[in-house]
Design a binder for this molecule. Structure first.
Ligand code: ADP
Length: 669
C-alpha cells in the first residue's frame, strides 16, 4: 500500500488528459466517474457517455467482479490499492472478453484527510500474461525432465551437501524450479570430477540434449536425439557449432546463443523454425528448446546446455488443420453453404453467417436450436425432428427439405443435412449440420409441374377437336361430299396445325436447354422478312398492321429464327390485343444495332410481371381472362436473340398496350 497523496483536482485533470496511459478519476462513495481519458475508455470498450455515471452504471459487467468493492474500500479507507496481472472481464465490441491489467487505485485526500478523488491508472498486460503462461506451461513440461535429471544425479549429489539442499528446493517450490535447475546444472558442471557422469546423464536423457562449450560453441556432449534433430553423426563432436551445422549461417540461432552466453540469461524457443540440411536440401523443422547457460564459480558462462524437442509434426498438423479449415470456409462461402454445430444438451448452436442468414438472422444475432424449429413451418417440425432422431439412432446422415418463415414473413426453402456426434459413452451430444437455400430450385420445380399440366391441357384441346372432327367424318364418310366434309377437314387441320406449333415450341425449348441452337447466318432485307412474318394474319380479321421501316435495311442473321421471333411478337399482339386490331411495326438503326419493335394497344402487362415475361414457363395473370399458351414463346425468342449477341425487352403500360422489341448487331460475324 502506498501513502495517500494531497493533490489539487485541477492539476490532476490536466495531467490526466496529457497522459498516454489509461487514466480515470472517480469520486463519491458510489464511485462516480469524474473523468477518463480515451485510453481508459477504450479499455472499457465504451464511449464518453460513461462520464458522470457511477462505475456500476457505466460498466455493468463489473458488478459481479471485485473491482467496485475494492474502489469503495479505497474511498472509505483512503488507502491506495495496487494490483498486478489482474483479470478483468469487459464487454468490448459487444463481446465479453478477459483482459489482464496492472493497475493502481490511488486515493487523493483533501486537507482533512478524507478521500476526495480516486486516481485510477492501468496498463494492459494481456499479451505479457499470455507469454508468461506459455513459459509456465513450458517450465511444467520441463519439470519432468528436471525430475529425471535429478534422479540420475541423486547418486553423486548425495556426496555434495550443497547439491542436496538445492535438490530439496527444487521440489519445494515450483517458482524456483528454473533457477534451481540453473544452479543445479552449474554446480554439476563445476564439479570437474563429475563431468563424466554429467556426460552420461545428457546422453541418456529422454529428450534431445547437447552441451556447447566456450564462446565458439564447440559441440562437446550430444545425445542421439539431438543428433537426429540436427541430422548429423557423432563426427560433429569437437567442432564449433558453425562448422558442425553450416546451414545455421543466416539463421538466428548462433546470434541467440551468443547473447545467452554474454548475458547469462536462458532463452526459450517456442516452435522456432530451423532449416536443417537433409540430402543436400534444407528441410523445415520446428523446435521447442531452452538454451541454458552454465557458469563457473565466478558466474561466467562456460558453456550452454541445449534441451530441445522436435515439434515439427504438431506444427505441421496444426498448419494443415488451419489450411483445411480455410479451404472449407472458402468452399462454404463459394457454395453459399451454411454450417453449424448444435450442442444437443443445451440447444446452443455455433453457426457461420450463411447458416444464420438462411433463417433470416444477422451474423451477430443469437440463433439456437429452438429458433430453428420456430422458423420452420409448423407442419414440418415433427417430421424433421423424427428424421433427426432416426439419424441419431442409426448414426446416419439426415437430409430434409423444408420451408422456413423469416421474421419479415417471407418464405424460403432450405435443404439441410446433419450428422450426429457421440461422446465416449456413445450418447449423441452434438449434431454437425449444413444448410443451403433452395428457394429458386423449388420455384423452378413448381413452374415445371405447372408447365406440364398446362402443356398437357394445351395439347389436349386441339386433340379433342381433331378427334371429334375425324369421328364425325367417319360417320358421314359414305355420304356425298358436302360443305360439312370441308368444314370438318378444316377443323382438324387447324387442330393439327396448333398441335404442331405446340410441339415445335416444346422441341425448341429442349434444344435451348441443351444449348443446341445453331444459327444459319445470311444477309437479308428487313422489310421483306417482316412482311413474310405478317402474312399469316388473316386480312378477314381486319387487322391493321403498319410498317415504319426503311426498305434498304439489311442485317446478317438467321432469317428463319428472326422470323420466328417476329411471328411470336405479332401472335402475342393479336392474342393479348383484346379488341384492338392495330399493330405497329417500327424499325430503326441505333448505333451498330437494328431495333425492331412490335407495338400493340391491348391490355398491357402488370408491372410486377414485366421482369419475368422472358423466363421459361412464365405466364402473367391477366385479370378476368385466361389465354392458352405454354409460357415458352418469349423464352425461345430471348434465347434466339441472345445467340445473335442482340438484346430483347418490353415496355408496357396496363390498358395502353405493350411494345416488344429486339436489337440485332448490323454486322454480325
Ligand atoms: P404464352 O404462351 O403464355 O403466350 P409467352 O412466352 O409468349 O407465353 O409470353 C409470356 C407471357 O407474357 C404471357 O403469358 C403473357 O402473360 C405475357 N405477354 C406476352 N406478350 C404479351 C402482350 N403483347 N400483351 C400482354 N401480355 C403479353
Amino acid at each position: 500500500m502506498n501513502s495517500p497523496d494531497l493533490i489539487q483536482p485541477e492539476k490532476l485533470l490536466s495531467i490526466l488528459f496529457k497522459s498516454p496511459n489509461a487514466t480515470a478519476v472517480y469520486t463519491g462513495s458510489e464511485i462516480t466517474i469524474v473523468s477518463a481519458n480515451q485510453a481508459m475508455i477504450d479499455f472499457w470498450g465504451k464511449d464518453k457517455s460513461v462520464i458522470g455515471k457511477t462505475m456500476a452504471e457505466a460498466i455493468p459487467e463489473l458488478r459481479d467482479q471485485p473491482f467496485i468493492d475494492i474502489l469503495k474500500n479505497v474511498w472509505n479507507t483512503g488507502e491506495t490499492y495496487t494490483a498486478r496481472d489482474r483479470a478483468a472481464v469487459l464487454k468490448v465490441n459487444d463481446v465479453l472478453q478477459t483482459f489482464y491489467f496492472d493497475f493502481e487505485y490511488k486515493a487523493l485526500l483533501d486537507e482533512n484527510g478524507k478521500t476526495e478523488y480516486i486516481l485510477h491508472t492501468a496498463f494492459e498486460v494481456t499479451e505479457r500474461n499470455k507469454a508468461e503462461r506459455l513459459v509456465e506451461e513450458k517450465s511444467r513440461s520441463e519439470q519432468k525432465l528436471i525430475n529425471d535429471l535429478s534422479a540420475l544425479n541423486e547418486e553423486y549429489m548425495a556426496t555434495n551437501e550443497d547439491l542436496i539442499s538445492k535438490h530439496d528446493e527444487l521440489f519445494a517450490s515450483n517458482n524456483e524450479l528454473i533457477k534451481t535447475k540453473k544452479e543445479l546444472l552449474t554446480a554439476n558442471y563445476t564439479l570437474g570430477e563429475s563431468e563424466k557422469r554429467f556426460k552420461t546423464l545428457v546422453e541418456k536423457a529422454p529428450v534431445a540434449m547437447a552441451s556447447l562449450k566456450g564462446e565458439n560453441f564447440e559441440v562437446e556432449i550430444v545425445n542421439d536425439l539431438v543428433l537426429k534433430i540436427w541430422n548429423k553423426g557423432r563426427s560433429v563432436i569437437g567442432l564449433p557449432l558453425e562448422k558442425a551445422l553450416p546451414e545455421l549461417a543466416g539463421q538466428l540461432f548462433i546470434e541467440i546463443l551468443k547473447n545467452v552466453y554474454k548475458t547469462g540469461e536462458a532463452y526459450y524457443g517456442m516452435e522456432d523454425k530451423a532449416l536443417i540440411e537433409e540430402d543436400g536440401k534444407l528441410v523445415e523443422r520446428y523446435l521447442n528448446f531452452v538454451y541454458q547457460p552454465i557458469f563457473d564459480e565466478k558466474k561466467n558462462s562456460t558453456s550452454i546446455l541445449i534441451v530441445a524437442s522436435d515439434v515439427t509434426e504438431q506444427v505441421k498438423a496444426r498448419e494443415s488443420v488451419t489450411e483445411i479449415n480455410n479451404r472449407l470456409e472458402i468452399a462454404l462461402d463459394a457454395s453459399k453453404l451454411g454450417s453449424t454445430e448444435v450442442d444437443l444438451t443445451t440447444g446452443i448452436m455455433q453457426s457461420n453467417a450463411q447458416f444464420k442468414f438462411n433463417y433470416g438472422y444477422m451474423p451477430h444475432e443469437e440463433f439456437n436450436y429452438p429458433d430453428l424449429f420456430e422458423a420452420m413451418l409448423p407442419e414440418y417440425r415433427e417430421p424433421v425432428k423424427a428424421l433427426v432422431q432416426e439419424a441419431i439412432r442409426t448414426n446416419g446422415i439426415y437430409k430434409a427439405e423444408y420451408p422456413v418463415k423469416w421474421r419479415d414473413g417471407s418464405i424460403h426453402w432450405l435443404q439441410a443435412h446433419g450428422r450426429p456426434r457421440y461422446d465416449d459413452k456413445g450418447v449423441a451430444n452434438r449434431m454437425v449440420g449444413m444448410n443451403s437455400d433452395i428457394t429458386d430450385k423449388k420455384l423452378i420445380e413448381q413452374r415445371k409441374d405447372d408447365f406440364l399440366s398446362v402443356a398437357s391441357h394445351e395439347l389436349k384441346t386441339p386433340l379433342t377437336a381433331v378427334k371429334a372432327s375425324i369421328q364425325l367424318l367417319n360417320r358421314i364418310k359414305d355420304r356425298p361430299y358436302s360443305p360439312i366434309h370441308v368444314k370438318l377437314m378444316e377443323q382438324s387441320d387447324r387442330g393439327i396445325e396448333k398441335m404442331c406449333m405446340l410441339v415445335d415450341d416444346l422441341l425448341n425449348m429442349s434444344k435451348m436447354g441443351q444449348d443446341q441452337l445453331s444459327l444459319d447466318l445470311l444477309k437479308f432485307n428487313m422489310l421483306e422478312m417482316l412482311s413474310n412474318s405478317c402474312s399469316h394474319i388473316s386480312l378477314e380479321d381486319d387487322y391493321k398492321i403498319t410498317f415504319n421501316c426503311d426498305e434498304n435495311i439489311e442485317v446478317v442473321a438467321d432469317q428463319n429464327r428472326i422470323e420466328q421471333v417476329v411471328t411470336n411478337f405479332i401472335n402475342n399482339a393479336v392474342k393479348y390485343g383484346k379488341n384492338s386490331k392495330e399493330i405497329h411495326i417500327n424499325v430503326e438503326v441505333e448505333d451498330e444495332f437494328v431495333k425492331v419493335s412490335v407495338k400493340d394497344f391491348g391490355q398491357g402487362i402488370p408491372e410486377s410481371a414485366i421482369p419475368f415475361v422472358f423466363d421459361r414457363y412464365y405466364r402473367a395473370e391477366h385479370l378476368g381472362k385466361s389465354y392458352s399458351g405454354l409460357g415458352l414463346g418469349l423464352y425461345i425468342c430471348s434465347e434466339i436473340i441472345k445467340k445473335h449477341s442482340g438484346k430483347i425487352g418490353v415496355k408496357s403500360k396496363m390498358d395502353e398496350g405493350s411494345t416488344f422489341w429486339f436489337m440485332l448487331p448490323i454486322n454480325n460475324n
